[in-house]
Write a protein that binds this ligand. Sequence first.
Ligand SMILES: Nc1ncnc2c1ncn2[C@@H]1O[C@H](COP(=O)(O)OS(=O)(=O)O)[C@@H](OP(=O)(O)O)[C@H]1O
Ligand SMILES: [Mg+2]
Ligand SMILES: [Mg+2]
Ligand SMILES: [Mg+2]
Length: 332
Amino acid sequence: MSVFAAERAVAINAVLQASKVCQKVFKQLVNNETITKKDKSPVTVADFSAQAVVNTILYHSFPNDPIIGEEDTKDLRVESGKELRAKIHSLTNSILDDPLDETTLLDAIDRGSYPGGSQGRMWTLDPIDGTKGFLRGEQFAVCLALLVDGKIQLGVMGCPNLPVDSKVPEGEKGCLFIAEKGQGAFQRKFSSTEETKIQMANISSILEASFCESVEAAHSSHGDAAKIASLLGITKPPIRMDSQCKYCSVARGDADIYLRLPTRDDYEENIWDHASGALLVQEAGGIVSDIYSKPLDFSLGRTLKSNKGVVVSHSKIYSQVIEVVQQVLLKK
Ligand SMILES: Nc1ncnc2c1ncn2[C@@H]1O[C@H](COP(=O)(O)OS(=O)(=O)O)[C@@H](OP(=O)(O)O)[C@H]1O
Ligand SMILES: [Mg+2]
Ligand SMILES: [Mg+2]
Ligand SMILES: [Mg+2]
């Protein structure tokens, strides 16, 4: 029995509305609508609007729930952010039922500034995960998860550009993935409310496995992944894809392993880059850990500060995968 039925329904609506924002922006996107953060990562009108839409919808149903969201309005509240702010304002209001004034809009985005922690309910939101994929017209995802006392209870992901059936890549696109702890993993199309249960592929041998990794080698070492694959006897080429669509692909059996291998000692993964995807894979029969085989700890704030990298596989092959990951990464 679902414990979070109300939260599930609200999260699905929020993610679908935010996905609509992203699709609308993509059709109209021009270069000056992108700004670059200090770490050189891009952020677009759509990232801000999607966060405003989700935070507003969550606030309407759960006004006391804090939110850990990726974006903030630092760059929008200054004079140079005026034009961008106006675009975000009109875009957000074109989706929401009740229009917001500019101040309410900025405050809605900043409701995502919660520091996180191990106590109580909180949501975590990545309004667009894989912003670079979004800009290229490739994979990106709107990712929302509910945490209670530091544990993920619910994850909802909208993947507007992901084919409904990976065997028909030119077919219908737009998938929603839903997982509630202990209740299994589900997929539905944007175009229908019918949900289908998904499971990881039940591969008989690791030699048949395929793995996913980030598009950018700066986010996950392609060289280390190639060594690991070769030691495991994997011959299929890696599937490179932006965003938590990687977790979704593995959860529904399009691939069997997801490796996110650290490229720098000082990088801490953000909780919104993993929360919904990690629960989805676990509910579909997979194991999710870091490279030390430690479970991801979502209770320590906005980042996974006690973890390094991410290793995901079907539970049947996990021990083989993690052994080789450690052989390559920890003994070099
Ligand atoms: N150095 C480093 N290592 C690991 N991860 C990093 C790093 N720098 C940034 N990020 C985060 O990567 C998020 C995108 O991850 P992806 O797997 O989609 O990367 S890729 O686009 O496929 O290359 C991206 O999320 P979004 O900003 O939401 O797109 C970042 O939070
Ligand atoms: Mg970003
Ligand atoms: Mg992200
Ligand atoms: Mg993002």
